[in-house]
Design a protein around this ligand. Structure first.
Ligand SMILES: NC(=O)c1ccc[n+]([C@@H]2O[C@H](COP(=O)([O-])OP(=O)(O)OC[C@H]3O[C@@H](n4cnc5c(N)ncnc54)[C@H](O)[C@@H]3O)[C@@H](O)[C@H]2O)c1
Ligand SMILES: O=c1ccn([C@@H]2O[C@H](COP(=O)(O)OP(=O)(O)O[C@H]3O[C@H](CO)[C@H](O)[C@H](O)[C@H]3O)[C@@H](O)[C@H]2O)c(=O)[nH]1
Length: 336
């Protein structure tokens, strides 16, 4: 049995990874200040330390107090639009929290570190699908903050030998297929939950950001990757890090769907219309983002189990239909 520290483990992607680690028998400690996360998303048997990563002394205490086999770092500011209004806060906070955590891990003798990175590193991509060799050129302060964090980790390896994996997620979506966890952000900004909420009458009508892109139906194309497949990728890269080298992988299904295709799928799965109107483009949205996942597949054996958009939407819908108001934070934790 191994023991892992998970920052942001009460949040959307982090909680699915915590569940996957618990299910394979690992010991997990979560640090989350619950600004977005949910106590009810933490499985029984997982210690939750409610703390801001900016509290360096607390983070160092946690790392020194347990002997961890690795750190998985999800906690971050992650709204692209907000990052363009507050770029310095995004860059300062995401970079300093990542490097402060890496520093504490090194001092505590922990040698494995997994960073939640992003497709936003590639900005307007030079080619499709986007492989790990594509030019890095973020067009948002959010993307820049993650690129700087990746670079900081490269120095941590060079000088201190910290092995890290930077996983550039494309669009995380869906929910635990057994219905134990789901996506519950406030505010919600992601397309699939917004479309489901609109269909169920739980949220406002959807605004479709731009219909004049150079794509077959004029709307943006994205690579939606199921959060459970994403969790599996984390488990696999922990194994790669054990072999002693740092890695960077793009994590997506390798196929793209347009915003209109997402809306159609939500209508089909829910059996209800998605009320929507068309609006202008959102600043900084590239027309198409689709990952090449060849490197991840070849080096880790990762194969997505929920690659079909319909499966992704079905699991997201099932969770939202069962939890119309999201997590009940006064309820018992989920059973792993
Ligand atoms: N969701 C996606 O599609 C997506 C895509 C690419 C990258 N990412 C990255 O993956 C990670 C997780 O994303 P998510 O969608 O699960 O986000 P989320 O907001 O659901 O989860 C983040 C968690 O971190 C916690 N947190 C944030 N700042 C903190 C701090 N300073 N101290 C302690 N806890 C803090 C929040 O309370 C929350 O529980 C983020 O780093 C994000 O940038 C997400
Ligand atoms: O109300 C909405 C919300 C989204 N969209 C469209 O739906 C697509 C998906 O948008 P999301 O906001 O769900 O996701 P993003 O592609 O903007 O963002 C995701 O990918 C980024 C990388 O490009 C970052 O990593 C970010 O954290 C992650 O959520 C985009 O074309 C967007 O324009 C709409 O039309 N209306």
């Amino acid at each position: 049995m191994a023991r892992f520290l998970v920052t942001g483990g009460a949040g959307y992607v982090g909680s699915h990874v915590v569940l996957a680690l618990k299910e394979r028998g690992d010991d997990v400690v979560v640090i989350d200040d619950l600004r977005q996360g949910h106590r009810a998303a933490i499985p029984e048997g997982v210690e939750l330390v409610v703390a801001d990563l900016a509290d360096r002394a607390r983070v160092a205490d946690v790392l020194a107090g347990w002997k961890f086999d690795g750190v998985l770092h999800f906690a971050a500011l992650s709204l692209v639009g907000e990052s363009m209004r507050e770029p310095l806060r995004y860059i300062t906070e995401n970079l300093s929290n990542t490097l402060g955590l890496a520093d504490a891990a090194i001092k505590a003798g922990c040698q494995r570190f997994v960073l939640s990175s992003t497709a936003a590193l590639f900005g307007f991509p030079e080619r499709l699908p986007i492989d790990e060799g594509c030019r890095l050129g973020p067009v948002s302060a959010y993307g820049e903050s993650k690129l700087m964090a990746e670079r900081g980790l490269e120095w941590a390896e060079r000088v201190h030998g910290l092995r890290s994996a930077s996983l550039r997620y494309f669009n995380a979506a869906g929910a635990d297929p057994q219905g134990r966890l789901g996506e519950d952000h406030n505010p919600e900004t992601h397309l699939i939950p917004l479309a489901i909420n609109a269909a169920l009458g739980l949220g406002p009508e959807l605004t479709l950001f731009g219909t004049d892109y150079d794509t077959p139906d004029g709307t943006c194309i994205r690579d939606y990757v199921h959060v459970t497949d994403l969790a599996d990728a984390h488990l696999r890269v922990l194994g790669v890090l054990e072999q002693g080298r740092s890695v960077r992988y793009n994590v997506g299904n390798g196929s793209g769907y347009s915003v209109r295709e997402v809306i159609d799928t939500v209508q089909r799965v829910t059996g209800r219309p998605v009320p929507y109107r068309t609006g202008p483009r959102r600043l900084g949205d590239p027309a198409v983002l689709v990952a090449s996942n060849t490197l991840l597949r070849e080096e880790t054996g990762w194969t997505p189990q929920y690659a079909a958009l319909e499966d992704i939407v079905r699991t997201a819908y099932a969770w939202r239909a069962a939890h119309p108001h999201g997590f009940d934070d006064s309820a018992r934790p989920v059973a792993a």
